[in-house]
Design a binder for this molecule. Structure first.
Ligand SMILES: NC(=O)c1ccc[n+]([C@@H]2O[C@H](COP(=O)([O-])OP(=O)(O)OC[C@H]3O[C@@H](n4cnc5c(N)ncnc54)[C@H](OP(=O)(O)O)[C@@H]3O)[C@@H](O)[C@H]2O)c1
Length: 252
């Protein structure tokens, strides 16, 4: 599947992996629209990447999803690619007090977000030739990370959902891809997690985006760069051992 001359909507495109994908995909002659919650971050991204289109929309709000659908399909009827990339990841100590409204944010954004986006956009994508959905999960979809329990559950759920979506759309004009990034040098990683990782560095974000685009073009439907592939293999060969190792990170 060529990643040129497409019309691509990327959720959470104002930072990190989404922003890097947006830049590389624009440079290949695609029309790219990004979403995010923060208007200022969207404006900064648009200044950085001339030609980029932006739309403020929160993937955890059903009304925002309806609004971005109406606007984007009206302005860009050639839309043929949806990249469900928006996500948050927090360290959550389950024994500490936390409001019920707050505790499941990763489920609302990282799991319900892509499910609702697909529900809303699928009829349109089915009307386009060679349509593509890319769901951005994580290497943690294969092995849970105990300091981020809600995130781990959301990404494992997204992995399961993406497999089901691919099976249901098999033989149709819509290709379903899962991109499971490893640790990647973005604000999400450097903000809260880098200090927990004993100096371990993530993959450079430009390398991750290049590998992801090349893998889609090569026809891969489950893309597991670097450590994500190791996590999947370890989850099969030595599930207890790898989970014990992951459980040691951030233990206070
Ligand atoms: N970096 C890593 O190590 C790593 C590893 C594996 C998987 N991933 C996954 O890769 C994806 C991108 O992460 P990243 O590292 O690039 O993070 P990032 O730099 O923090 O960027 C996250 C993007 O998502 C947007 N976003 C967050 N909540 C949103 C919401 N409710 N609605 C719409 N947009 C929202 C953010 O903008 P606003 O805050 O303005 O909304 C921002 O544009 C995520 O799904 C993450 O789980 C990252």
């Amino acid at each position: 599947m060529k990643m040129t001359a497409r019309t691509i909507l990327i959720t959470g495109g104002s930072s990190g992996i989404g922003l890097e994908l947006a830049g590389q995909l624009l440079a290949r002659g695609n029309v790219v629209i990004i979403t995010g919650r923060d208007e200022r971050a969207l404006a900064t991204a648009a200044r950085r990447l001339p030609g980029l289109h932006t739309f403020r929309s929160d993937v955890s709000e059903a009304g925002d999803i309806r609004a971005v659908y109406e606007s984007v399909t009206a302005s860009f009827p050639a839309l043929d690619t949806l990249v469900n990339n928006a996500g948050i990841m927090r360290i959550i100590r389950l024994a500490e007090h936390r409001a019920l409204e707050d505790v499941t944010q990763e489920i609302d954004i990282d799991l319900s977000g892509p499910m609702r986006m697909v529900q809303q956009f699928l009829p349109h994508l089915q009307s386009r030739p060679n349509a593509l959905i890319v769901n951005v999960s994580s290497g943690l979809a294969f092995v849970p990370f105990p300091i981020s329990p809600i995130y781990s559950a959301a990404k494992a759920g997204l992995h399961a959902y993406t497999r089901c979506l691919r099976a249901q759309l098999k033989g149709s004009n819509v290709t379903v891809v899962e991109l499971a990034p490893p640790l990647t040098e973005t604000p999400l990683f450097t903000a809260e997690f880098a200090s927990q990782m004993n100096g371990q560095k993530g993959m450079a974000v430009d390398v991750l985006a290049r590998r992801a685009i090349a893998a889609v073009e090569a026809g891969k439907t489950e893309i597991r760069p670097g450590q994500s592939n190791l996590l999947k293999i370890a989850s099969r060969l030595a599930p207890g051992l790898i989970f014990t190792q992951m459980s040691k990170v951030g233990r206070s």
